[in-house]
Design a protein around this ligand. Structure first.
Ligand code: ADP
Ligand code: MG
Length: 259
């Protein structure tokens, strides 16, 4: 068991830089839709309680699930049911009170700080409802920043590749305030992918967007998942998502509801 840690907002943006910066479509990208790879994330009988004013606040109660490489999973349920908590545990940003989370076979509660930083850098990307772009940097500077901070080679060309993936190469030199909400979220997706993570964790990525724009973001995530075999776990209220994802997990009061 490991105590929960406080992680500064946005710190994972700096951590999320991996050794292998290439983002080649996987050889298996022509596999039929729905065919998935080896197990990437395993959540095993996880209980999560937060301590607030000496009181235990239950957030997850005996949650188990698996996500495979190339699988697109939606997590749905009312506000407060535990979706964000589950994503934080999946991304090794926080730790279970009981039970285990394994990323690519590695138990997140077995690592020291350096190993954890490396695990996050190599395996995990995050995107958020509020985009979390830095408004004093241009689009391409936002996307390349995690690679620059980690001292990676050719950050600009990798950032341009990812902007091409999300259809925004032409807007690379704009400032964030010159973009629409949907375009800002595409930039955030490019930044979340810049280090070629194995799994992208998306916390209500369409929550600030109109429904047509939200639908286009969900289709973009579907395309990334299928073409690059990046697993995606997405907390969402979007009713469009069910038709696009491989699996929908319904949560209620910290538990997964039987399907
Ligand atoms: P959701 O993302 O589905 O809205 P959350 O995972 O944010 O749900 O929250 C699950 C439960 O845990 C809620 O009761 C919430 O109030 C509580 N919670 C979340 N984060 C904290 C925290 N840092 N400290 C105390 N309680 C928290
Ligand atoms: Mg939430």
């Amino acid at each position: 068991m490991r105590a929960a840690e406080t992680i500064a907002p946005g710190s994972h943006l700096i951590d999320n830089c991996m050794d292998k910066a290439a983002f080649e479509p996987a050889a298996a990208s022509s596999a039929p839709s729905g065919e998935q790879g080896p197990e990437l994330l395993s959540v095993d009988r996880v209980v999560k309680e937060y301590q607030t004013d000496g009181e235990a606040v239950p957030a997850l109660n005996d949650v188990s699930l698996q996500v495979r490489a190339g699988q697109f999973v939606a997590v749905v349920g009312r506000s407060g049911c535990g979706k964000s908590t589950l994503l934080h545990l999946a991304g090794a940003m926080d730790f279970p009170t009981r039970g285990h989370v394994r990323l690519d076979g590695i138990a997140t509660d077995s690592l020291n700080e350096m190993q954890l930083t490396r695990l996050r850098r190599e395996k995990v990307g995050f995107i958020f409802q509020s985009f979390q772009l830095l408004h004093t940097l241009s689009v391409v500077e936002n996307v390349e920043l995690p690679l620059l901070l980690a001292g990676r080679a050719n950050p600009r060309s990798h950032a341009m590749d990812r902007l091409a993936t999300v259809g925004l190469a032409d807007l690379a030199h704009r400032m964030p305030h010159q973009l629409s909400g949907g375009q800002m979220q595409r930039v955030a997706i490019a930044r979340g992918l810049v280090h070629s993570p194995r799994i992208l964790l998306a916390d209500e990525p369409t929550g600030n967007l109109d429904s047509a724009t939200g639908t286009s973001i969900i289709h973009l995530l579907r395309q990334i998942c299928s073409e690059h075999r990046t697993a995606i776990m997405m907390a969402t209220h979007s009713i469009e998502a069910a038709a696009v994802v491989d699996t929908t997990i319904r949560m209620r009061d910290g538990r997964i509801e039987p399907s």
